[in-house]
Design a protein around this ligand. Structure first.
Ligand code: ITT
Length: 201
């Protein structure tokens, strides 16, 4: 069974391919290089649906899209849906990360709590009827380090320290292997929530 992954972010493609291979090896993940719709939603769910609908309409196949970001408690949930563009229009990951660290420079460790959020929309075209739509969410709680470390992952990974690590041995996701990240991430948590729905495909 083919399923389209509607993203232009190669890191997301890699992570989804690993997560699907580990849990649903029978699904063939197909890339999407059609027109990129304008993501003008104000929530992760709206943006994920905009991307998945565009791919489903274009391909006629069940289509997944992820809209994701980092939500910092002391910033009222920002950058949130603006995570990719936090420092401007260029989607410059290191400028985004530097700006966020700057904004938190006066904030001490106990108040640097944050969550990675992944919202996945699944749009399944049905002949002669409205497409069936589902939205699921995965949340990965943690805190933000005061400086980046590690070269793994992408985006805000070098400053995100997930909860649940041994005291004194905490590492940023930038220091984790891809397998470690995919076993725990917001994206894999959202995918678990999607498993029942994918089983019906
Ligand atoms: P598509 O819309 O084409 O899927 P995108 O990168 O623009 O790609 P989003 O609009 O969902 O996707 O933006 C997500 C941003 O949130 C991403 O660019 C990172 O800055 C951040 N982000 C999301 N997931 C992340 C992760 O697993 N690790 C680090 N940063 C992440």
């Amino acid at each position: 069974r083919q399923i389209v992954l509607a993203t232009h972010n190669p890191h997301k493609v890699e992570e989804f391919q690993a997560i699907v291979a580990a849990t649903r090896p029978d699904l063939e993940v197909v890339g999407y290089d059609g027109p990129e719709p304008v993501e003008d939603g104000v929530t992760f769910a709206e943006n994920a649906l905009i991307k998945a609908r565009a791919a489903a309409e274009h391909t006629g196949l069940p289509s997944l899209a992820d809209d994701s970001g980092v939500c910092v408690d002391v910033l009222g949930g920002s950058p949130g849906v603006f995570s990719a563009y936090w420092a401007g229009h260029a989607k410059d990951a290191s400028a985004n990360l530097d700006l966020l660290l700057d904004q938190l420079s006066d904030i001490g460790d106990p108040h640097r709590t944050a969550q990675f959020v992944s919202t996945i929309a699944l749009v399944v075209p049905v002949a002669g009827r409205e497409a069936v739509e589902h939205v699921v969410e995965g949340i990965w709680p943690g805190r933000l380090a005061s400086a980046p470390s590690g070269a793994g992952g992408f985006g805000y990974d070098p400053i995100f320290v997930p909860d649940g690590q041994q005291a004194g041995a905490e590492r940023t996701v930038g220091e984790w292997t891809a397998d470690e990240k995919n076993a725990q991430s917001h994206r894999s948590r959202a995918f678990v929530a999607l498993a029942g729905l994918l089983a019906e495909l």
